[in-house]
Design a protein around this ligand. Structure first.
Ligand SMILES: Cc1ncc(COP(=O)(O)O)c(C=O)c1O
Length: 439
């Protein structure tokens, strides 16, 4: 194990410090995790997490489905199942995906333990140490964690308000190829991006697919939020126009409830076979109980009506967040999501969202600093604000508190700028360097 690997994988209080595999080095608790423990106190308005508002799902819908499953198929529900997933549910998943233009065969669907596990399985199948994964910058934090745990080199391609920029992708691919590195896939969240809140335009979906085809790069399309649009649906999925070069990931976490831990991958035939084997090796079979309950729910409840209810809740909260930002922080800029859970905010250059977080938590508001969503330290002047969980009133309170924090920080900087009292970046760097060797 390299020195760097061992430092990151463990510490001197851990007796197994020198035993971890190098890939464990990527599994580090986020620096802001301890703060989030404080931020979960009820008096703190958390604009940080991405928890769906499951209280908008009537409990009796779930209870009825569970009851019927246990009465009618109890022995099957409590048993191991197939490594690919319950056939009836895989058929129903086709109906869900059809809403975003996807035509597929249930044979190519693999049910996984949330789409998070599908990300892990795809990574396991494709990534060797040093392989390049391209992703939007910023990107979903826990996907970056997975890719890095397979020792991949995660490289970000910039986005604008219409999503990933095709020209930037083309240039980036050329640079990686010139450096002799292998790109294994492009990871993209085209609709209502986490964390950027933007949506890839239809034209760009086609362009990006074309670039991927030209360069023989697999597209990993992650689409947890696609059905949670506000005024109009997102463009059809990338998978709707390309069957062989796309692995598509879906989930019931945001359109039903994450507690079931049921997601899926739709993959080209050969990849699908390997995914099933990897799924079996990892979990034997995804939860039969969860799958059967979801299958029952989909066949007996008005699931599309329920998704519309969720859309209404999130749209109201998004409106509350944007209007509070406009009222309290008009000098900042932010994205205007057409669906999903998140707004990406850009702060003045002088601010550092990670450094500011303890002060925000002290003022009883939490957010996620932008650096969490990059593998390379970018995002210092950004933050992700989630509007999915707090009520509209609390969102307003939270943004007002955030404005107090940002104003305070800017005041401080204006008052002491140039005096040296705030510490130059050099000082910070020295303080975080290892202590001198005095042995
Ligand atoms: C972009 C993205 N992908 C995947 C996931 C994982 O979802 P799950 O494992 O609950 O299906 C999330 C969860 O927030 C997400 O935002």
């Amino acid at each position: 194990m390299t020195d760097q690997g061992s430092t990151q994988a463990g510490n001197n209080l851990d007796p197994w410090f020198n035993h971890y595999a190098e890939r464990a080095a990527g599994l580090r608790a986020s620096e802001v995790r301890a703060l989030f423990a404080v931020a979960s106190r009820p008096e703190v308005v958390s604009l940080a997490g991405g928890m769906p508002y499951v209280a908008a799902l009537p409990q009796d819908l779930v209870i009825n489905a569970m009851d019927r499953v246990m009465v009618e198929q109890g022995a099957v529900a409590l048993q191991y199942g197939s490594g690919q997933g319950v056939p009836a549910l895989r058929e129903q998943i086709l109906d869900v995906m059809a809403l975003e233009g996807i035509r597929a065969n249930a044979d190519d669907v693999v049910v996984t333990t949330g789409s998070q596990h599908a990300l892990e399985l795809v990574s396991k199948l494709f990534l060797d140490p040093g392989d390049v994964v391209l992703s939007e910058g910023p990107s979903y934090v826990t996907a970056i964690v997975i890719f890095r745990s397979f020792q991949a080199d995660v490289q970000h391609v910039p986005m604008d308000e219409n999503g990933l920029i095709p020209e930037a992708l083309r240039e980036h691919i050329a640079r990686v190829k010139a450096a002799g590195k292998k790109i294994k896939f492009l990871y993209t969240i085209p609709s209502f991006h986490n964390p950027a809140g933007v949506t890839l335009s239809w034209q760009r979906r086609l362009e990006i697919l074309e670039i991927a085809r030209e360069n023989d790069i697999l597209v990993l399309e992650d689409n947890p939020y696609g059905l949670l649009y506000f005024d109009q649906p997102a463009p059809d999925a990338i998978r709707s126009v390309e069957r062989d070069g796309v692995v598509y990931l879906g989930t019931f976490s945001k359109t039903l409830a994450p507690g079931f831990r049921v997601g899926w991958a739709l993959a080209p035939h050969a990849i699908r076979e390997k995914l099933v084997l990897a799924n079996e090796a990892a979990v034997l079979s995804p939860s039969s109980f969860s799958q059967l309950v979801i299958s029952e729910y989909l066949s007996t409840a008005d699931w599309q009506g329920q998704i519309a209810t969720f859309r209404g809740v999130y749209q109201e909260r998004k409106d509350a967040m944007l209007s509070a930002l406009g009222e309290y922080l008009p000098e900042l800029s932010w994205t205007n999501p057409a669906g999903g859970f998140y707004v990406w905010v850009t702060l003045p250059e002088s601010l550092d969202s990670k450094a500011m977080l303890p002060r925000a938590v002290k003022e009883l508001v939490a957010y996620t600093p932008g650096t969490a969503f990059f593998g390379n330290g970018d995002g210092r002047t950004n933050m992700r604000l989630s509007f999915c969980y707090p009520t509209a009133e609390n969102i307003k309170v939270g943004v007002r508190r955030l404005a107090t924090v940002i104003r305070g920080e800017l005041d401080l900087l204006n008052t002491f700028a140039g005096t040296g009292l705030l510490g130059a970046p050099e000082t910070h760097r020295r303080l975080s360097a290892p202590p001198p060797d005095v042995s």
